[in-house]
Write a protein that binds this ligand. Structure first.
Ligand SMILES: O=C(CO)COP(=O)(O)O
Length: 254
């Protein structure tokens, strides 16, 4: 079926210069499956992007955690997609729930960002996910479908998109989705893509899970048929991120 496992590390707003050097050294010294088996992408804060890119082993890649919605210009404090592209930063995370919630990024704004970043040659990790309240009221699928639709309405080529399902209630809480809960939403998202985009996009687009993934729970999650990898927060700052990268072999052997 050819969906290569994908492990992203979202460092969020963490790390000093010294800490970043340590994380990079750990990753550079780790024994991990070959790049034929797993894509590894780490996402440091903007200020560390170029130094991490140049010091990280070449088969691992970097992602920005955000970029501006359109061409750069008089937008103080923002970083544009074309700046990232000009520095050969290959990936960007867009629509993370922390930005949706704290910075009021709407579905439409996130969709516009995804389309613009793709137009500039970046690859996008696009995040969707429901809050606890939404899950408890039974609207999980409606919420993630709406978020995905705002992207699908603006994007025609999905080859450079990875979809990250990150339930808000599982982020940073230690309350990981059960393998069955993750599988259920991933399968429904894939069915949504099949119905609303195309069967081909549904079968080739990687849908990764994020929310309290760690070295102890990654293998069981990776064993789910529609879980194509992870977007890891807290544990991506620790040596156990290497164990999470290794969970790619669970999928390979499944
Ligand atoms: O938000 C996340 C990744 O983008 C997940 O964060 P945690 O792994 O810390 O729960």
């Amino acid at each position: 079926m050819g969906r290569k496992f994908f492990v992203g590390g979202n460092w969020k707003c963490n790390g000093t210069g010294e800490e970043v050097k340590k994380i990079v050294a750990t990753l550079n010294n780790a024994e991990v499956p070959s790049p034929d088996v797993v894509d590894v992408v780490v996402s440091p804060p903007f200020v560390f992007l170029t130094s991490v890119k140049s010091s990280l082993r070449p088969e691992f890649h970097v992602a920005a955690q955000n970029c501006w919605v359109k061409k750069g210009g008089a937008f103080t404090g923002e970083v544009s997609a074309e700046m990232l592209a000009s520095l050969d930063i290959p990936w960007v995370i867009l629509g993370h729930s922390e930005r949706r919630a704290l910075l009021n990024e709407s579905n439409e704004f996130v969709g516009d960002k995804v389309a613009y970043a793709l137009s500039q040659g970046l690859k996008v990790i696009a995040c969707v996910g429901e809050t606890l309240e939404q899950r408890e009221s039974g609207s999980t699928m409606a919420v993630v479908a709406e978020q995905t639709k705002a992207i699908a309405d603006r994007v025609s080529n999905w080859a450079d998109v990875v979809l990250a399902y990150e339930p808000v209630w599982a982020i940073g809480t230690g309350k990981v989705a059960s393998p069955a809960q993750a599988q259920e939403v991933h399968a429904e998202l894939r069915a949504w893509l099949s119905k609303n985009v195309s069967a081909d996009v549904a079968s080739t687009t990687r849908i990764i899970y994020g929310g309290s993934v760690n070295g102890a729970n990654c293998n069981e999650l990776a064993g789910q048929p529609d879980v194509d990898g992870f977007l890891v927060g807290g544990a991506s700052l620790k040596p156990e991120f290497v164990d999470i990268i290794k969970s790619a072999t669970v999928k390979k052997n499944a």
